[in-house]
Design a protein around this ligand. Structure first.
Ligand code: NAP
Length: 521
């Protein structure tokens, strides 16, 4: 039996009790490590994080915490090779796909370090302008943001063990709020190694960064009113979390990032052979294959004018046929494994469910594997489907197949396309392809209320756009409705989640001090 990965709580490394759960290589099924959170005293661990970690973090200024974020990014950068090895073994990803997670994490940390440095010596933030409350102009109101005196608990999904931690931890630590992360069991190793490297380097005060690997039992029970909770995962687990007394009764502020039926929309001016047409084809192929489609932002539904379904299908299928699938350690392989055999079974079931309402245009289930045993490896090729009737294909608008799978849907006019996209009931991202600025802007604004991000691709950004599925820390990540209703990133606005907003009503002399003096705790 392999070793248990230790938890870091109350400033100490502690192994959980019992045999724990196994983490495996999704290509070979070999056991890599085990995790257990059994027997941990979570209330004591959380108390330590709040009292020791929180107080020590709040004693630092934003600028000092930003400098520590920069040092954290540098340390992770120095250990990058080890992280790639773990990702290949535990997530089954090829190097380029591991980079989305690992380099994405380091980039996000670096950005917050840069933005935080600009906040300098301050210990609290002003929120908006001062507003008069009396005719004399002396008595007024100033909203302020101060770091919450609780901890931030992150419960994360399996698909981003590196970025999923640091995209949340960067704004939390910059805000002065201690972090407890519970990674998804299947891929906890990379998160645990990164936390171990950072803790052992002594960059942050004791209690600032804790990790619980293994089961989630007791985590939510240990939350108190000033704590915040950020969850990423399935809609089903999200619903359980929303009902928990910590959230329902103790008002723990909660951010939820759940599943999403993201769309790509080809506008009518983008005829076959046009640059915008080719840009959509390239992006759909990229989104289906990067991380084997296990990205919350991946394109699941592709909307094209009805007359173009055949041409778009042919163009995408032609490229998918050239995608090599199998052992991520083999340099000829472009797409590695799914995270587990369970995930493979779920993707196969998903394809079967969708194919009752859509025909299979390119069947990834028939893709031969390179250097991998189909009886053992969690591998499957990319599968493209096309629905005969976009309106009737209700499963395509509701069932997120979390793998290399997308469905083409024809539309008859832009209003129908927008209505069909909204059948996703709120998504993380929609991308729009065309070359006519007015039509692109109209579509972007029409989709903005049902998406956290609208990514517009026209020939002028062909070589520079950041990609439909890439989450950039500059832009909001999250989405309304089914996507969970969460909001992350988007530059310094992410700090709002980790602060409490209050109005200070006082005379001008006091408000001048509030605005000018570095906060004294
Ligand atoms: P999941 O099964 O819901 O698990 C997510 C996390 O919740 C894991 O850490 C899991 O721990 C934990 N968990 C499970 N039951 C829990 C409970 N009762 N109380 C508290 N925590 C609990 O989701 P997943 O399979 O890892 O991730 C896939 C899903 O995540 C997809 O639907 C995808 O769209 C979504 N996702 C969304 C985003 C986004 O930003 N919107 C990003 C990535 C993924 P264990 O692993 O130990 O069970």
């Amino acid at each position: 039996m392999s070793d248990l990965l230790k938890n870091h709580v109350a400033g100490a490394w502690i192994a959980g009790q019992g045999a724990g759960s196994a983490l495996v290589d999704p290509l070979t099924g070999a056991e890599l490590a085990r995790v257990s959170s059994a027997g941990l005293d979570l209330p004591a661990a959380f108390d330590f994080a709040r009292r020791q970690g929180g107080a020590a973090l709040r004693a630092l200024s934003y600028g000092q915490r930003a400098a520590t974020l920069a040092a954290t990014a540098k340390l992770l950068q120095a250990n990058r090779d080890a992280y790639f090895e773990i990702a290949t073994a535990n997530s089954g990803t090829v190097r380029n796909d591991s980079a989305v997670d690992i380099d994405g994490a380091i980039y996000t940390l670096s950005q917050y370090a840069k933005w935080g440095a600009a906040l300098g010596d301050a210990h609290a933030l002003l929120d908006g302008p001062r507003m008069p409350l009396a005719k004399d102009g002396v008595f007024g109101s100033q909203h302020v943001l101060t770091p919450t005196r609780g901890l931030a608990l992150f419960i994360n999904a399996f698909n981003f063990p590196a970025w999923g931690l640091w995209e949340k931890a960067a704004p939390a630590l910059l805000s002065g709020v201690p972090v407890v992360v519970k990674p998804a069991t299947a891929t906890a190793w990379l998160t645990q190694r990164m936390v171990a490297d950072v803790v052992d380097a002594g960059l942050w005060p004791a209690g600032a960064l804790s990790i619980v690997c293994g089961g989630s039992a007791g985590l939510l029970d240990a939350l108190q009113p000033f704590d915040v909770l950020s969850f990423t995962g399935s809609a089903e687990t999200a619903a359980t979390i929303r009902r928990h007394p910590a959230v329902a009764e103790r008002s723990v502020r909660t951010n939820i990032e759940a599943d999403s039926l993201n769309s790509a929309l080809l506008l009518a001016d983008a005829a076959p052979g046009s640059e915008a047409f080719d840009l959509l084809v390239r992006e759909v192929v990229r989104e289906m294959t990067v991380k084997s489609g296990q990205k919350c932002t991946a394109i699941r539904r592709v909307f094209v004018p009805e007359a173009m379904v055949g041409a778009v299908g042919e163009a995408i299928a032609g490229k998918l046929a050239r995608v090599t699938v199998g052992n991520p350690r083999n340099e000829s392989v472009r797409m590695g494994a799914l995270v587990s055999r369970e995930q493979l079974a779920s993707v196969q079931q998903g394809i079967a469910a969708l194919s009752e309402q859509a025909r299979v245009v390119h069947d990834g289930r028939a893709t031969p594997l390179v250097d991998a045993d189909p009886a053992v490896a969690a591998c499957i090729g990319p599968t493209l489907l096309a629905a005969h009737d976009a309106q009737a294909a209700d499963r395509v608008h509701a069932h997120e197949v979390f793998g290399p799978v997308a469905t083409l849907l024809g539309y008859r006019g832009i209003d129908e396309a927008l209505d069909l996209i909204r059948r996703g009931e709120g998504s993380l991202v929609a991308s729009v392809y065309g070359s006519e600025p007015r039509a692109l802007a109209d579509a972007a604004l029409a989709l903005a209320d049902s998406h956290g991000r609208v990514h517009v691709v026209s020939p002028e950004v062909a070589g520079t756009h950041s990609g439909h599925g890439n989450v950039m820390p500059q832009s909001l990540h999250g989405g309304p409705g089914r996507a969970g209703g969460g909001e992350e990133l988007g530059g310094l606005r992410a700090l709002g989640f980790y602060h409490r907003r209050a109005a200070v009503q006082a005379g001008a002399g006091v408000l001048d001090q509030v605005a000018a003096a570095p906060w004294s705790l």
